[in-house]
Design a protein around this ligand. Structure first.
Ligand code: AMP
Ligand code: ZN
Ligand code: ZN
Length: 405
């Protein structure tokens, strides 16, 4: 009888210790403002971001992974891995083993875990009994390593930004064990206006001011629930944006015979799988016309991109120079070009992304030098007190921004 009582007491102490640890853990909200270029802040009103910058840590810019597109960068951010180690090599890709294309418009592909290599933070957390919830994030709709966030949604652009914030506030105010400690929040409007109108255009800048107002709603909601100083927030973006022009066009069909290739991905990173026996011909023709773009055989892709090592990268890759578009005559006649885009070499400052950290675990009023997006995974694991999976990031890079109480 005595032993039984002792056992119950030990069990009680164990669970209250776990609960204590949970209560002590400061929740972390990871926000993405897709396509937010750091220099936009000098071109429009962003009172909420400005006040968070004053009270937190901002990077001059963040260095994205290559290519500077949405899925590769969001997924590298949550895994700490370069593109060649995630396999998310583009928004559009082909995998011979899976036997199909991946496209953002294809729900079944986007939700298929086979496309996502490495371990995203929500998997790392859930495996260590830390609850997570995603209000959209590339990869969050897929079961990865047999794990999903505790709460997640299928991507739906029509969900209002107000209701996205409401969901996050609801989650954070849940009592007991069901409150998630890691939450994502995603907004695409700044990116889509940047594509349709161009960077710095007033419509794009209005979109940023609008998203800034949505962030105010989040901050006010946190304050109203007494959580103002009890939540860590990371505000990030995935890439920058650059103007395109009809004066900067390269027509692929003027250089090669399009029957000689399967085009996996179009501009600015044109991924070509030549048909049987045509690889050298296609490469040589492109090489001879290499003006306003660079062409590479897969094995010669620059090492600094940490991109060419994945089996999904096809044999020939042509990358447009900044602001140039590689297209075909028929596509251009039908569809023209966008006002702005991204995807170019990640060395261009115009492709760099945004990083801001605010909350009780961060220093105040600090500006840091540009750093690679792959270091954020280690930072987040440290903040959540969980063991990170092996990754390409260095925990020392972002430790200096942390001010642990
Ligand atoms: P990009 O083509 O690289 O500019 O990608 C930006 C677009 O990605 C956004 O406008 C969204 O429509 C789309 N997107 C973002 N997250 C997701 C998701 N989880 N699933 C499908 N599409 C998404
Ligand atoms: Zn994007
Ligand atoms: Zn975009």
């Amino acid at each position: 009888m005595k032993r039984k009582l002792l056992f119950i007491i030990v069990l009680f102490l164990f669970f209250s210790a776990c609960n204590q640890e949970r209560k002590d853990r400061v929740p972390l909200i990871l926000i993405s403002i897709d396509g937010l270029k750091p220099s936009y802040l000098e071109h429009t009103d962003t009172p909420t971001l400005d006040s968070l910058i004053t009270s937190g840590v901002m990077a001059e810019s963040m260095i994205p992974v290559f290519p500077t597109s949405t899925f590769p960068n969001h997924y590298s951010l949550v895994t700490g891995l370069y593109t060649e180690n995630t396999g998310v090599i583009s928004n559009t890709m082909f995998d011979e083993e899976i036997g199909r294309f991946f496209r953002l418009s294809d729900r079944s592909a986007v939700g298929d875990g086979r496309w996502y290599g490495g371990e995203p933070l929500w998997v790392t957390a859930e495996k260590q009994h830390v609850r997570t919830a995603t209000m959209f994030w590339p990869g969050s709709e897929a079961e990865i390593m047999g794990v999903r966030p505790t709460r997640w949604y299928t991507y739906d652009n029509s969900v209002t930004y107000e209701s996205r914030v409401d969901s996050v506030l609801t989650w954070l105010t849940l009592e007991d064990d069901s409150r998630p400690d890691f939450i994502t929040l995603y907004f695409s409007r700044v990116d889509s206006r940047g594509h349709s109108h161009g960077p710095y255009h007033e419509v794009t800048m209005e979109a940023l001011t609008y998203v800034d107002g949505i962030l105010r709603q989040l901050i006010n909601g946190l304050n109203a629930h007494g959580l103002g100083q009890k939540v860590n927030i990371l505000i990030t973006s995935d890439h920058g944006m650059i103007d395109l022009s009809e004066d900067r066009l390269v027509f692929l069909d003027d250089i090669i015979d399009l029957d000689h290739v399967n085009v996996i991905n179009w501009s600015p990173v044109v991924m070509l799988q030549p048909t049987e026996g045509n690889t050298e011909l296609v490469y040589n023709q492109l090489k001879a016309a290499e003006d306003n773009f660079r062409v590479y055989m897969k094995q010669d892709l620059p090492e600094r991109w940490r991109f060419g090592g994945h089996h999904r990268v096809p044999d020939v890759v042509a990358v447009a120079d900044l602001g140039w578009t590689i297209t075909s005559r028929s596509f251009f006649e039908r569809r023209g070009i966008l006002a702005g885009t991204h995807g170019f070499d990640n060395a261009y400052p115009d492709m760099h992304s945004f990083f801001l950290a605010a909350g009780p675990d961060f220093h105040q009023g600090k500006v840091i030098e540009p750093f690679s997006v792959v270091h954020i995974y280690e930072l987040m694991a440290y903040l959540l007190n969980i063991e990170p999976a092996p990754n390409d990031g260095d925990p020392a890079v972002l430790k200096p921004i942390v001010n642990r109480r």
